[in-house]
Ligand binder design. Sequence first.
Ligand SMILES: [Zn+2]
Length: 236
Amino acid sequence: MTELLFRDDGYLGSCAAQVIAADERGVRLDRTVFYPAGGGQPGDTGVLRFASGQAIAIVDTIKGEGADEVIHVLAPGEPLPEPGTEVIAEIDWERRYRLMRMHTCLHLLCSIVPGAVTGGQVSDGRGRLDFDVPGSSLDKEALTARLNELIAEAHPVGPRWITDAELAAQPELVRTMSVKPPSGAGQVRLIEISGVDLQPCGGTHICSTNEIGPVVVTKIENKGRQNRRVILAFAD
Ligand SMILES: [Zn+2]
C-alpha cells in the first residue's frame, strides 16, 4: 500500500520515498506524489532520482489491483531499481498544474449545465464533459462567459470527507454517473467549490478558482439525441 500524498496536498511536486517493488509493469513506492490515471484525469509523468544523481523517467502512472496501489510506469529500457532503494519522486509539475486547473474547471462546468454527466476527460490544456441534456439548449458563448465569471470570483476549493452512509443519503451529490467516487473504507472524499459545487472526486484540484485562468468553450458536439459534449480549452 502506498501513502497517497497528492490526496491531501495537490501542490506537492516531489517527495522522498523508498522502492517497495519493481517489475515489468513499473515501480511501486511506499509514498508518492504521482497521481494514477483515474476519474478522467491522466496519470502523472516525471522522474525518480537516486542518491547517485542518476534518474529514471516515469512516462505514466496507473492504479494497481490493490486499494491505494500506485504503479509508476517506466520508459522502455529503463533499469529496474532494487527494492529498498531511496529515491526522490518528482512529477512534471507544469503539466500536472495544467491538469489540476482544467480538472477543477470541469467541476465549474458541471455546476452550470443541468443534466447528468455521462463522461469526461481532462487532457493537457483541454477538457470535456458529456451531458445528458435534450435539445440544443447549450450555448457556447453563454457557457464561456459564466465559466470565466466563476473563475474570476476566486471561489475557494477544498476537500471534505463524509461517511458512505451520508453520501448514500444524498445521491444528488453524485453528478458524474460514469465515475465512481473513491469509497469503501467508510469515508468518501468530496470536493467543495464554495457556493458553487460539491461532489465526490478523487482527483487533484487547485485551491481557488482564479488559478484556472481564462477558458473558452471551443465546441459543443451532438453525440446522440440527448448527449451533448462540451469541449473546453485555456484561452491563453
Ligand atoms: Zn475533481
